[in-house]
Ligand binder design. Structure first.
Ligand code: 4AD
Ligand code: MG
Length: 428
């Protein structure tokens, strides 16, 4: 059967469509029906004088989100969204919906989130999720065309990658297991097998605070590259981010318009990105009157302030070892800091990328595992990567929802994932 997105190639023809009613107006003589089929929305016009009594009765009875079918002629209409309109000669209801909970009036976010499974049908929600889908495909295309091998990392793991404070714990027969916070530890050995690898999947963090930038389940894409050192890592991350923004601008015009996203801000995202050190970032924040000192981690408001100086993503690097993960390589020029990189999105969308060069010296990594009080036994396999043919390597992780929120101009991550999981949200 024909779909709405293909109608413009069938002007003048008689077609049949199935879908859902998203809105209607009727004068008693003429009915205007907005029909959605998942690929688009089209207006069907019917006139009482031209259709059967049965069809007209369906036009009068049909309610929002009823399942409908119609037959009619495709007419050109330059004012309509897809450039066409249907002159319907038959209209029927397959399933009449009663009391659809989401009406065109305003609803609170908690209500909409409780009805997320239905809210997905709304125009802005569909637009944001279509952007997400495009970004996921762009990510896979980027790595595929740049010679990376996809390595699916496990979700159940015995080891903590990003600190022990945000672990979801579960019983694994007689052992303890955690839901993965990151696939990185499993990618590093694969980099020795394939050179350039990436993983892309759900990751979990038991974030106990309610913020608009944190989900407890989010998707992360992580490349890892053998013999890549810190400067190369910065270039890879910048090139990757630029290519994704370009792809969204190229292919998601209609969605960005539906979301009322100002695309001029995205068009300025060109390489090179400004790059400052953590030390300079602290200096800038103090200058801006913030109560922060060397050694403190940034909060969301600090990130927003720092990013506000620039019209494109900001790279911040060389953080104190004490605020970063155990595996980050120390800076040979200043042992207090590590070769870690964060990318902060402009316009207050926060950290989209976090990465680093990895420690490849066995003795130093062993020392870090014990300094961070990590259970040594769960990391023996990871230490093997340094025991057998160690090599410098680097990688990063990008949070898919953070990136999509930035593209869509969404203030909160919850609308960038089909079914968000947050501190107080496990339903539906
Ligand atoms: O900076 P993070 O914690 O880095 C890692 O997990 C590394 N192991 C990645 C690597 O080097 N392979 O997380 C990476 C990114 C962040 O920059 C952010 O975009 C996103 O993941 N992120 C979250 N997104 C949504 N909700 C959360 N709770 C997030 N925590 C991190
Ligand atoms: Mg980070």
């Amino acid at each position: 059967m024909l779909t709405i997105n293909k109608l413009s190639a069938h002007v003048g023809e008689e077609v049949e469509l199935r879908g859902w009613l998203s809105g209607k107006r009727s004068s008693g003589k003429i009915g205007f029906l907005q029909v959605r089929d998942g690929t688009g929305i089209v207006q069907a016009v019917t006139s009482r004088a031209e259709v059967s009594e049965e069809s007209w009765s369906a036009v009068e009875r049909v309610t929002q989100e009823s399942t409908v079918r119609l037959r009619g002629r495709v007419n050109e209409d330059s004012r309509a969204p897809g450039g066409v309109e249907i002159h319907a000669t038959e209209f029927g209801i397959d399933s009449l919906t009663e009391d659809y909970p989401i009406s065109p009036k305003e609803h609170g976010v908690a209500f909409l989130m409780d009805h997320r499974h239905l809210w997905l049908r709304s125009a802005k929600q569909r637009a944001a999720l279509a952007v997400r889908s495009e970004v996921e495909q762009a990510i896979r295309d980027y790595f595929y065309s740049n010679g990376f091998t996809l390595i699916d990392s496990p979700i159940l793991t015995p080891a903590a990658c990003e600190g022990t404070s945000t672990l979801f714990e579960t019983d694994y027969f007689d052992e303890k297991a955690y839901l993965s916070q990151s696939g990185q530890l499993y990618l590093e050995p694969a980099a020795a097998a394939f050179g350039k690898v990436y993983c892309f999947g759900p990751t979990f963090r038991a974030e106990k605070s309610k913020t608009r930038r944190h989900l407890t389940e989010f998707w992360m894409v992580e490349p890892e590259v053998a013999f890549l050192e810190f400067d190369g890592l910065c270039k890879l991350a910048e090139n990757f981010v630029c290519s994704l923004v370009e792809r969204v601008l190229e292919r998601c015009g209609a969605e960005l318009e539906a979301l009322e996203r100002d695309t001029a801000a995205l068009e300025r995202v060109l390489s090179p990105f400004p790059h400052i050190s953590y030390g300079d970032a602290i200096g800038r924040l103090v200058e801006l009157g913030q109560d922060i000192e060397w050694g403190d981690d940034f909060g969301a408001e600090h990130e927003t302030l720092l990013a506000a100086d620039y019209d494109r993503p900001l790279m911040v690097s060389r953080f104190p070892a004490s605020i970063k993960a155990f595996y980050m390589e120390p800076d040979p020029e200043d042992e207090r800091v590590v070769l870690g990189l964060d990318i902060l999105a402009p316009e207050g969308f926060g950290e989209i990328v976090g990465g680093s060069q990895r420690i490849h010296d066995l003795a130093l990594l062993e020392k870090r595992v014990s300094q961070h009080k990590l259970p040594r036994q769960a990391f023996e396999w990871y230490l093997d990567v340094r025991r057998y043919g160690t090599f410098p390597h680097s990688g990063f992780g990008m949070g898919l929802e953070r990136f999509v929120a930035w593209m869509c101009g969404a203030k909160h991550l919850r609308e960038t994932i089909p079914y968000p999981r947050m501190l107080s949200r496990l339903y539906p």
